[in-house]
Design a protein around this ligand. Sequence first.
Ligand SMILES: Cc1ncc(COP(=O)(O)O)c(C=O)c1O
Length: 284
Amino acid sequence: MSETVFLNGQFVPYEQALIPVEDRGFLFGDGIYEVVAAYGGRFWRMEEHLDRLERSALAIHLPLPMEREAIRRTAEELLRRNGLERSDASLYLEVTRGPAPRNHLFPEEPHPTVVMIARPLPPVDPAVVRDGVTAITVPDIRWQSVHIKSVCLLPNVLAKQAAHEAGAFEAILVREGVLTEGSSSNLFLVFGQELHTHPEGPFILSGVTRGAVIEVARDLGYPVVERAVPLEELWRADEVFVTGTTSEVVPVVRVDDRLVGSGRPGPVVLRLLQELRRRTRGEA
Ligand SMILES: Cc1ncc(COP(=O)(O)O)c(C=O)c1O
């Protein structure tokens, strides 16, 4: 059975979901996106993803062509049409400023492109949780508005590829000596029982998983400190982990070939993951 995707108001077979060559998403990266997880066919924190989508749209002056309720209903219908209504799934949603003759200026009458793709969500590899992963540090060369979830991801792509080529799972980005986040994840450091993570603002993407982990941590009695953590402190952390929608909570045990903490996933990260999973599978 061919995969069904949603494109501009219609559910179409994947092969027929085609975008004009002058779509501004293609020409300029002039678009925004979200990735939402569903557990047992129910979307997790969809409202927060839609809030962020609306904030991104506002920030790039892009009028969203669909109401929230329509996006939510369409996403649910897309799961059904792909036989995922009871599965763990991921939804990719992208909105661009649409096709127009190439010109940096916004088109006078934009026709935004809306695409949604739903796929099974592969389970996180148990070895990742059991053994942790390695990371490298790279300069954060992104622009100063990374709170916008824009499809302009070239610096993230280059960072992730550098990590892959170094045999690592993630690249941790460093801006002016400060740890910001991962190439596709948010970063947490654990000192004793305390979690430290970069504050929200223009230098990180405010992850939905980051928010959920902060909530879980506070509920479990772990204090959370949002501050700019200098790179040197990475080596003093007892535990380090990264968070994201499809990867959940991933322990990082080695960075730039130096051990972090004990070199094994620590008790705090494992407790947070356990509680997050209890909630994603129940509360969604
Ligand atoms: C740069 C960056 N930071 C953080 C995240 C995590 O965000 P979320 O938890 O909403 O998936 C992502 C997700 O793709 C990302 O690309």
